[in-house]
Design a protein around this ligand. Sequence first.
Ligand code: CA
Length: 395
Amino acid sequence: MKIRTIETLALKVPIGAKTFYSSQARFPERNSLLVKITTDDGLVGWGEGGQYGPGEPVASAVVDVLGPRLIGRRADQPVRIWEDNYSFSRDFGRTGTYVEAMSAIDIALWDIWGKSLGRPVHHLMGGAFRDRAMAYGTGCYYPEFFRDTPRMMEALAEEVAGYEAAGVTAVKIKLGLLSVAEDRARIELIRNTVGPAVRLMADANHAYNAATALRIGRVMDSHDFLWFEEPVPPEDHDGYRLLRTKLDTPIAGGECEFARFGFRDFIGKGCVDIVQPDICASGGFSEFAKILATAGQHGVLTIPHVWGSGVAVAAALQAIATIPPMPHTAAPVTLQNEPMVEYDRTMNPLRDGILHENFKLEDGAVAIPDGPGLGISVDEGALAGYVAQRRVVEG
Ligand code: CA
């Protein structure tokens, strides 16, 4: 079971009229960087690296730097290979692109290892605590016409009503592109549009300084929001701690942190109530186990971030299966001590159109695959239409 080839596939798809904004950027396309590893005995594993940054630098880290050292190595030793990759790139890596590349390789190797044994990744990681995860819808971004307030508000009401009709029981909305006054109006519209049974969270994508985050956070407090995600930049640990002290709404974050070392500081300094490692960015399954252990020791609930292709969703579901109720109770309650899966509702053919499987909602939950490895099969025919760049490392 030796690694024979490593391919990178940079996928891109323009989304035309569905173009949207977060507080940080305009999104005219969706992209994902997939890694496909093949062994000498014909096993194939898939991984994904990064969340929404460009895929090509991650591909270069895989193909030009890390990958050539892995050809001929045993595929069923992902932790060992992670440590070797991290040690090799420590002096020039440690965060960002290199850890994203390591994440993709790691996910693909766990997929191969699981397939070689006929067991899902969550089994190899020690066993599943659940076979389904309640889903929260991520949406309510800003449209291209966000400066046309009446039109934006009308579209927002229509969108959020659609989630409720589709059976989504929790919705995460976007904040931070507009002023506090304008975003307060969006919050109030959404709260008044959906019934009280729909739970709400908000994500600012680190748009605010602590003082401004406190102002909008108090609006969330008055509307019983379940978390306030990335209120301030990831480097502002003092800002995070201040908000956690001053607001009733739980504070969430972590999608921009990397490896156990970033999370040691982020969790250990008391920045968050809910930590959100992205499996495809923070170090794959090997590192997720260590981040989860750190969170557990600090009484922090882990709810992975996921915003990528169908491969990323599958990886997140495998990881979510392994999260113990935090803390234990005999009947865990969603979001109190039981994780959810992020269910991105923006247009993304890479999420919905490259697998033979489909992650459908049933009673507000998504089933966790229990087939070998990631429990999915990639539709390479469908995938081919989205490949913008393909690179290969082979022996
Ligand atoms: Ca986020």
